[in-house]
Ligand binder design. Sequence first.
Ligand SMILES: Nc1ncnc2c1ncn2[C@@H]1O[C@H](COP(=O)(O)OP(=O)(O)OP(=O)(O)O)[C@@H](O)[C@H]1O
Length: 288
Amino acid sequence: MNDYEPETEPTDDLPEPDTASESAPLIEVNNLSIDFDGNCILSGITRSITRGQTVAVIGESGCGKTVFMKTLVALLTPTTGTVLFDGTDLNQLTPAQLAQVRRRFGFVFQNAALFDSMNIFDNVAFPIRQNEPSTEEDEVRERVRNHLIEVGLPEDVARKYPAEISGGMQKRVGLARALVLKPELIVYDEPTTGLDPIMSDVINELILNTRRLYPVTSVVVTHDMHTARKVADRVMMFYPRRMLDQGQSQILFDGPPSQLENADDRRVRQFVRGEAGDRIREMSRATA
Ligand SMILES: Nc1ncnc2c1ncn2[C@@H]1O[C@H](COP(=O)(O)OP(=O)(O)OP(=O)(O)O)[C@@H](O)[C@H]1O
């Protein structure tokens, strides 16, 4: 700032988004890079995500899928580059503004991340009580009940504690809790990890159902190719930065799941078929 510019007081009002158009992307990532202690995890990522899209983010362990997802919802700050949500640069917001924007996000964490000391009802009610404290208790009850039904949980589950229900049920409670504020963006971190094939497919169906019921945009970080194929209309495959030469794109594939099998890049075809290919040799070279 030069000496002649008036100092602007920090404000908690959200800045006007750069764009008011419904057709504008919900998320715009521009030249994003993330380093941890000089260790480059992501670099040169420029992508946008359209409203209503369900994007699966795939790639081998440690390639930066979760880091990418966390950056989209401002749980991590870019080292360089920007992330715009609905035209607003998330990293320019005050903590109060960011808290306001976060109400528009739903998080479904890998381990469900329920509060052990609260019963299921209070877990699902928590975001309402936290963010909309003037909501009448009758309405809270109605909303919690509807969301538990929506994810296929019987009513008596509401009185139980997380430790008293199965992992699959916990994941569904996590989804109900993520939905209760009607988010515009839902991020799912490994939603089917640790579940049997049937329960995994129940979760896939619920992700699809959520998309049918609400105009939500979804980002699903997953290792499960069945999930990626079934729920996503777009798949992005990341590759570990350290395995690439400078200037090579870290996103090896970005397209509809139907094109994965015939992707131009051999590494994509190998990944989706679960073939190691040259990876053992590559890994030993990268860590040497
Ligand atoms: N807060 C952090 N501080 C330092 N390093 C981190 C942090 N978060 C992630 N990393 C590192 O960044 C790399 C990418 O992590 P990330 O969790 O995004 O991988 P991933 O692709 O989601 O892998 P996985 O499929 O195993 O979950 C890893 O090497 C991880 O150790």
